[in-house]
Design a protein around this ligand. Structure first.
Ligand code: ATP
Ligand code: MG
Length: 421
């Protein structure tokens, strides 16, 4: 029988990669909590309807990428393809929309989309995201963008560009949609298959196409910025003003769009020049209509999500992190000494030393060689003689210097005797 492998588009995150994940998670958590965002953990599976209503049937995600199945009682269940819909469902379910005020939430975890796997694109992938609900102020837009740029900066990432756009309000977009259709209709035959299908359902999404020819056509399309109402323009200008105040560099990209009715005003992406085709590390925007669309009270909101796999790809280029190395390596031989070594390991760990215990029972020489290779500073050696005398031999592995002390002494002041060098 053949062996079983991980599903296409899914991946084991092995220990030497997990260090990067932890770095990203710890960095993000620190910055998010200092900005008073609180973590929320919503279920990985939800009713299919949540995503159909919350993301929209005309999108790729809902149209072709969802993992949807009937459970044993025939309910339509979907593995979440993104985080916002679940968070907003929870926000409404717990009555926060009725309380008013501002809610700052963040989440992280796996998302599932049936896509064509390639570097930086998987079927199970992971995001860290945030949602700021209850404010329509341009300051809120800038706060969330600043939190995102802070996280990326703290990770040491460079060559990033912030692309910024406004898609106005519902009415602005209706006007723009008409103008866009007028421009695209005569070019219909030159568009790629997907875009032709979108032409009547959701023409704004065509601007987002990855097809080369369609992109060329899109470059000459009318700009949405010429269709913004006075209020929408004022919001957009204030966002830009505040970003400039914070010295956050951005580029305006009128073709950065989200095609759905409940998306409003600010849309943004942060891209890296070092990621090839999958260049977007963070995508977000304002969604003033979503809470209402999902049955809650009218609530203005904005959020973003970052793809952790893409961040890991960038971080690996940036700094090869060292593997884990013990501070101390304990070598022992003989029944009594082995028991003693086990107790000593426990005790020194409780004193915050990283301690590896040799479990091999091989000859001392071999164990000490392993200690050398482990990267530890000091080997603690316990043999019959030492355990007779209640002593331990310390060997500094770099210099070869040795010293024998009593176990009592060591226990009374471990950091005094175990000087890591
Ligand atoms: P893309 O254009 O790359 O498909 P998207 O617009 O579908 O991205 P969002 O839904 O905005 O992406 O998700 C936010 C972020 O999550 C993306 O910018 C990306 O970093 C990450 N992401 C999205 N889909 C995947 C995937 N299949 N595999 C890995 N990361 C992903
Ligand atoms: Mg996508």
């Amino acid at each position: 029988m053949g062996t079983i492998q991980a599903l296409r588009g899914t991946k084991d995150i092995l220990p030497d990669e997990v260090v990067y994940w932890q770095l990203i998670e710890d960095t993000a958590k620190g910055i998010l909590s200092r900005a008073l965002y609180q973590e929320i953990r919503s279920p990985l599976m939800e009713q299919n309807d949540l995503f159909v209503r919350g993301i929209g049937e005309a999108t790729d995600v809902v149209g072709k990428e969802m993992y949807t199945f009937s459970d044993r009682s025939g309910r339509q269940i979907t593995l979440r393809p993104e985080g916002t819909a679940g968070v907003v469902r929870s926000y409404i379910e717990h009555g926060w929309d009725k309380l008013g005020g501002i809610t700052r939430l963040w989440y992280q975890g796996p998302m599932f989309r049936y896509e064509r796997p390639q570097a930086g694109r998987q079927r199970q992938f992971h995001q860290i995201g945030l949602e700021l609900l209850g404010s329509g102020a341009p300051r809120a837009d800038v706060e969330v963008i600043a939190v995102a740029t802070d996280i990326l900066k703290a990770l040491g990432l460079k060559d990033l560009s912030l692309q910024l756009n406004s898609i106005g309000n519902r009415e602005d977009r209706q006007n723009y949609r008409n103008a866009l259709l007028e421009y695209l209709l005569p070019l219909e035959q030159e568009l790629d298959q997907d875009s032709r299908e979108r032409l009547h359902r959701n023409p704004l999404r065509i601007l987002d196409s990855k097809d080369t020819k369609t992109r060329e056509i899109a470059q000459n399309a009318p700009s949405i910025l010429n269709y913004l109402s006075k209020e929408s323009l004022a919001h957009f200008e204030q966002v830009q003003y505040l970003l400039t105040e914070l010295e956050i560099v951005y580029q305006i990209n009128p073709f950065l769009v989200r095609g759905l009715d409940y998306y409003t005003h600010t849309a943004f992406e942060i891209q890296s020049a070092d990621l090839g085709a999958q260049s977007t590390v963070c995508g977000g925007g304002r969604y003033d209509g979503l809470v209402e669309e999902l049955g809650g009270a009218q609530t203005q909101a904005i959020g973003w999500a970052m793809g952790i796999e893409r961040l890991v790809l960038l971080l690996k280029e940036l700094h090869p992190l060292p593997g884990i190395e013990p501070d101390l390596y304990i070598v022992s031989k003989g029944e009594k000494a082995e028991g003693q070594a086990l107790r000593l390991a426990q005790l020194l760990r409780s004193e915050n030393f990283k301690v590896e215990l040799d479990l091999s029972a091989s000859a001392f020489g071999k164990q000490v060689k392993r200690a050398d290779r482990s990267g530890a500073s000091i080997a603690l050696i316990l043999g019959d003689t030492e355990s007779e005398n209640q002593t331990v031999k310390l060997k500094w592995l770099k210099s070869g210097q040795e010293e024998t002390i009593s176990i009592g002494q060591l226990i009374s002041a471990p950091s005094k005797y175990l000087e890591l060098r």
